[in-house]
Design a binder for this molecule. Structure first.
Ligand code: FAD
Length: 470
């Protein structure tokens, strides 16, 4: 078609009625919180996630919501203007799905942590280190993850595997009720008796799917003295350690949780064990023996400490105060750094065969800087039926995370593919991976069908859309 034909053809097509441009100024006026737009001084920081790989994404606006009414105003604006919604709590989504070209609905300012009579009411924007610190003042805690700056919302909605999960279950297992703003702007309190489908989906169905959680009520557990331990082996024993660990870790008492890391960093290969025992170090040393007598470690260290210090140590913040255990800007004296990484996962339902162990060790030994992290499951996690919450992997023995620094996905892709014959397809939604084509089965297994029903009931217009979302 030449230019003249093009102009004739264009003239023959009636102009489509253009949608009015989004009225960002009106949204700004409607919010108690702050709307940051491109051009505002705060925009460069406001659009960032934890992972700098997503710094290239430029949202149309970032709304720091102060309360559920702000969230409802954002959703009303987005529906009317046809602007995509991206919900954000701690901003650690592996796929960067808490940002995008539309409106980021940020809940970080709703971060109160209250405690009363064994229950914690936690704002959806609270970060894990703050939850641990505030509850420690009451001698209490909840089972939650290791990364201090992860948001309670993303963690809980995807399940939440933590260092006391073998004793007290996943983060979502401690969830008694959750308040959610739905796509139509309603604020619903969901528990076993009210909006039970939504409550079910909020326990492992993954963040960003069915509404914006604004606060969580958890049943807490007592937080007493614990033992933190570490051990290391030469790389030549990697296979033997892995074989021994995978049965030892799940046969251990529920009070004992551990994570095994096989790493390659600048050419150096290491095998390290870290863990927490809800008891004293002398008892822990006895419990370690079935493992250490099978494969003698090069070194072991174990130390009694408070529950809070243990969480700080597992967070990589052992020499820091809780306030320092944040990113710069989150607190006055935050000392942590953002990190560019790629990761994916498997969830192991059976111990690895000798061939599977060899395959995993071989993958770690390949060129590059990367690691495999195996987190013990079982215990209280396994005592919840697979359909009781949306998190399906109740009978799994351990999770397997493939993690590489930087933004090159080739090692994680290759490692997961190489391990598929040994571990199948199961994966953990909180280690969300855009490359997993069969994500419904991988993340949710038999629970996928019910999740689709809940989605249809509460978000029929699909206001919340994720590339891997119902
Ligand atoms: C260094 C590191 C360590 C980790 N350690 C653990 C661990 O020990 N155990 C574990 O289980 N996981 C762990 N994770 C994974 C973590 O649980 C997930 O990345 C989690 O989704 C992050 O939540 P977030 O709120 O920080 O992230 P975000 O990026 O803010 O959110 C994650 C997803 O949830 C959605 N979402 C956020 N807020 C809301 C809300 N209020 N309502 C509805 N949807 C929402 C987002 O849209 C997004 O899709 C770790 C991650 C990192 C980076």
């Amino acid at each position: 078609m030449d230019r003249r034909q093009f102009l004739q053809a264009a003239a023959a097509v009636p102009l489509l009625a253009a949608a009015p441009p989004p009225d960002w100024a009106r949204l700004r006026r409607a919010l108690k919180g702050t709307l940051v737009l491109p051009g505002d001084r705060a925009y460069g920081t406001a659009r960032r996630l934890f992972n700098p790989s997503f710094d290239r994404v430029r949202p149309g606006g970032v709304a720091y919501c102060e309360n559920p009414a702000d969230v409802a105003a954002c959703l009303s604006f987005a529906r009317a203007a046809g602007v995509p919604v991206h919900v954000r709590s701690g901003g650690h989504s592996y796929a960067g799905w808490s940002t995008g070209p539309g409106l980021v609905v940020d809940v970080a300012r709703m971060n109160d942590v209250g405690y009363r009579d064994g229950r914690a009411v936690v704002g959806a924007g609270a970060r894990l280190v703050d939850v641990y610190e505030r509850l420690a003042a009451h001698g209490a805690s909840i089972p939650a993850g290791t990364c201090p700056t992860v948001g309670i919302a993303g963690l809980t909605l995807g399940g939440g595997i933590g260092v006391v999960s073998r004793k007290y279950g996943l983060t979502c297992d401690a969830l008694e009720s959750v308040r959610i703003v739905t796509a139509d702007g309603r604020l619903l309190t969901c528990d076993a008796h009210h909006h039970a489908g939504l409550y079910w989906a909020a326990r492992g169905g993954g963040g960003g799917n069915v509404g914006v959680a604004v606060s969580f009520t958890f049943l807490t557990h007592r937080a007493g003295r614990v033992t933190v331990f570490f051990a290391g082996w030469p790389w030549s024993k990697a296979g033997a350690v892995l074989r021994a660990w995978q049965s030892w870790a799940v046969e251990a008492p529920d009070e004992l949780w551990s994570t095994l890391h096989l790493s390659r960093d600048r050419g150096e290969l290491t095998v390290e064990l870290a863990g927490v025992y809800l008891g004293r170090s002398d008892a822990l040393r006895r419990l370690l023996r079935p493992l250490t007598s099978r494969v003698a470690p090069s070194w072991v260290s174990a130390r009694d400490t408070s529950h809070l210090r243990a969480m700080m140590t597992m967070a990589g913040c052992s020499g820091l105060t809780p306030s320092q255990c944040h990113l710069p800007g989150q607190t006055r004296d935050g000392r942590l750094s953002r990190a560019a990484f790629v990761a994916t996962s498997h969830v192991a339902y059976r111990p690895l065969s000798a061939e599977g162990v060899r395959a995993l060790v071989d993958q770690v030994a390949r060129r590059g800087s990367h690691m495999v992290l195996l987190d013990a499951m079982g215990g209280a996690i396994a005592r919840v039926p697979a359909g009781a919450t949306a998190f399906p992997h109740r009978q799994a023995l351990f999770s397997v995370q493939y993690y590489a620094s930087g933004s090159d996905r080739s090692w994680i892709r290759g490692a997961r593919a190489a391990m598929r014959p040994h571990l199948g397809e199961h994966a953990y939604v909180n280690y969300i991976d855009p490359d997993i084509a069969s994500w419904r089965e991988a993340y949710y297994g038999p629970n996928a069908a019910r999740l689709a029903q809940v989605k249809a009931a509460y978000d029929p217009g699909r206001v919340f859309r994720l590339p891997q979302g119902f």
